[in-house]
Design a protein around this ligand. Structure first.
Ligand SMILES: [Zn+2]
Length: 212
């Protein structure tokens, strides 16, 4: 089975060469598809039960699941920050147990996310910050914390320029754009060819998503 993954984050269930983020309650693995499983911070994160987290753990053990997510924090939407933080911590603990990276939703919550990871003693859990739209300062903070940054249809050019090539990922998420269009706009900003970006992103995804 070809495991080359180009698009690190999408919710389209038919996407190929992509990491498809699904809620464990909707996990229905199809041949030749790859998944991240997690409870999105927008969707009733405060109502989850231990049984939901048991299901998440079962799904995470599936051979086609390569990451935990999407999880994370959003200061503009969803449950309270305490509730979101508690849910994030459970995802990070599971990621550590399973040896998986985490696909992270971060809306103006960089310090919250990094401090929850730190206080839980989980600084070695690798985070890929998806839909990176923060500025250069935010990018540098996340890069210093060892994160990968995933850029999609919209991004801050200075943040992209501050990102080393070995931490760069690309994604479509819910945008109507194709991953090749994203690659072209990222490439233009970096004065590279789209083919070079495709190579860089695929190779970084391989490094990030290789199971122990
Ligand atoms: Zn998403």
């Amino acid at each position: 089975m070809n495991r080359a993954i180009l698009d690190i984050h999408t919710h389209r269930l038919d996407a190929t060469a992509a990491l498809i983020a699904v809620d464990p309650r909707q996990f229905d693995p199809q041949p030749s598809r790859w998944y991240a499983v997690g409870f999105h911070p927008w969707h009733g994160i405060d109502l989850l039960t231990d049984a939901d987290y048991d299901l998440l753990e079962q799904c995470a053990a599936h051979p086609q699941v390569l990451a935990i997510g999407e999880t994370g924090m959003d200061t503009l939407r969803g449950a309270t920050l305490d509730e979101q933080g508690a849910a994030l911590a459970r995802h990070l603990q599971l990621a550590r147990r399973m040896g998986l990276p985490v696909i992270v939703h971060n809306v103006r919550a960089t310090q919250h996310i990094l401090s929850i990871r730190h206080k839980a003693g989980l600084d070695d859990v690798v985070l890929a910050i998806h839909g990176m739209r923060g500025n250069e300062h935010v990018a540098r903070t996340l890069l210093d914390a060892g994160c990968y940054l995933s850029f999609g249809a919209r991004f801050n050019p200075a943040a992209l320029l501050a990102t080393p090539h070995d931490r760069l990922l690309i994604e479509t998420d819910e945008a109507p754009t194709s991953i090749h269009e994203v690659a072209a706009s990222v490439a233009a900003c970096l004065h590279l060819t789209a083919a070079e970006i495709l190579d860089i992103a695929t190779s970084n995804a391989e490094t990030l998503l290789t199971k122990p």
